[in-house]
Design a protein around this ligand. Structure first.
Ligand SMILES: Nc1nc2c(ncn2[C@@H]2O[C@H](COP(=O)(O)OP(=O)(O)OP(=O)(O)O)[C@@H](O)[C@H]2O)c(=O)[nH]1
Ligand SMILES: [Mg+2]
Length: 409
């Protein structure tokens, strides 16, 4: 089975631009309005991360993507996005829509915490004068709500689970604990890390205090569902001072300045053929100036100024950062013919797989087809022609042919 695309959860206070970000990234029409709690059911869609395509690096004229897209030399590889309802302070106590809806994000690999950096929505998500609300406080309170939700899920059956864990040898206890939380997209190594970081690895599970369980689940959340802070509404002037403050007060955190509204405008204009724009670019060109009135042209120039300042609208940068920097994923290209770089149908560089850094040749084989892994002989790295063994760790951009005794023809 090809690796499933990573699932990126879009979370945040209500009315901060989650659906706008989601629509900009997926171009699916969803409800967007300036009032709290517009989104109730989760929206699921496909967005893309962007990478220079291997065909450009190799000096080939073109490629024939099948599982992804190639636009002007950039490979766009699918990721899954989920936009859920908004949280507000006290959601874990049932305020607003509560936090139950967060359960649809159990499988998320990474969370984008969208914040209204302009401070133009209050604690309840109601519109207020820009600069009024404190975005740093917003980050802290929403993160607290996310941690409370996570704690709620794990602590549910904890007393009974802790008793079962205590009678097992340490290794088996970690196995069982990892199995029990696997529905939250938590891997065994995440559990090991969280136990070590909180120094709870040798403490009897049933003797953990509530504070210790909270500490553990908080650490586990930050390891298994890391948060990227999206400083949205950066197009509103008041957002700039707030961003400076946030960068100082939230030092060490990943913060991406974004205007989801501008990105949405660009994608819509590009869809109608009014502009040429590739998501993630720092600029665009106007294709049909005659079709635009003065007001529209002025608006586009404002978008252009913004992009010059920030190197783009930030939406593509946010997805790329989440996948490549935070999840540390890499892109590899499986092929059947290592010379022509094609699949069985002759497509050049058909697929780009997003996989975890450190993935081995045999692991890639099993993602292409289980049979291929069973009879694994060796892999050929097509760029160098080098043969490598099963445990060879693949690198970003590798083009790989698996040679197997059980290959299907
Ligand atoms: N200026 C500005 N406004 C934005 C931006 N992104 C979203 N908005 C506006 O913010 C308001 C809320 O946007 P939504 O995308 O519906 O927000 P949401 O977080 O999904 O809200 P709920 O689903 O109600 O929780 C709308 O009026 C958007 O047009 C942005 O980057 N800049
Ligand atoms: Mg919404």
């Amino acid at each position: 089975m090809p690796p499933p695309p990573p699932l990126i959860g879009i979370v945040g206070k209500t009315n901060v631009g989650k659906s706008t970000f989601f629509e900009a990234a997926t171009l699916i029409n969803v409800k967007i309005e300036n009032r709290p709690f517009v989104t109730i059911e989760p929206n699921i869609g496909i967005g893309y991360v962007r990478r220079r395509c291997a065909h450009v690096e190799l000096g080939l004229r073109k490629c024939d993507p099948v599982n992804s897209l190639c636009i002007k030399g950039y490979r766009f590889i699918p990721v899954k996005l989920m936009d859920v309802a908004g949280l507000i302070k006290g959601a874990h106590k049932g305020r607003g829509l509560g936090n139950k809806f967060m359960d649809s994000l159990r499988q998320a690999d990474v969370l984008l915490l969208i914040v209204d950096m302009s401070g133009s929505t209050n604690e309840e998500g109601l519109p207020v004068r820009p600069g009024t609300n404190d975005p740093v406080e917003e980050v802290r309170s929403i993160e607290f709500e996310i941690d409370e939700w996570f704690y709620g899920v794990i602590s549910k059956d904890w007393v009974r689970l802790a008793r079962s864990l205590d009678v097992l040898p340490p290794d088996k206890a970690v196995d069982l604990l990892a199995r029990r939380v696997s529905g939250l997209s938590i891997k065994r190594e995440h559990v090991v890390m969280a136990l070590r970081d909180t120094k709870l690895e040798h403490v009897k599970f049933s003797s953990w205090s509530i504070e210790e369980l909270k500490l553990f689940t908080k650490r586990l959340r930050s390891i298994s569902k890391p948060i990227v802070i999206i400083a949205n509404k950066m197009d509103i002037p008041e957002a700039q001072d707030n961003l400076r403050k946030a960068l100082k007060e939230l030092k060490g955190r990943t913060i991406i300045p974004v205007s989801a509204m501008y990105e949405l405008a660009l994608r819509r204009a590009s869809k109608c053929g009014l502009i040429d724009y590739i998501p993630g670019d720092a600029d665009f060109t106007i294709a049909k100036p005659q079709a635009l009135n003065k007001r529209q042209l002025d608006a586009l120039e404002r978008v252009r100024d913004f992009m010059r300042r920030y190197g783009g609208t930030g939406v593509q940068q946010a997805l790329n950062t989440a996948v490549f920097n935070v999840l540390k994923m890499i892109a590899v290209y499986p092929v059947e013919d290592p010379h022509k770089l094609t699949d069985h149908a002759g497509h050049v560089l058909p697929d780009a797989y997003l996989v975890r850094e450190g993935v081995t040749a045999i692991e890639l084989a099993s993602m292409i087809h289980t049979d291929l892994a069973k009879g694994f002989l060796y892999a050929i790295l097509a760029k160098s022609g080098k043969k490598v063994g099963a445990s060879h760790a693949l690198r970003d951009g590798d083009i790989v042919k698996i040679v197997s005794a059980t290959a299907r023809h």
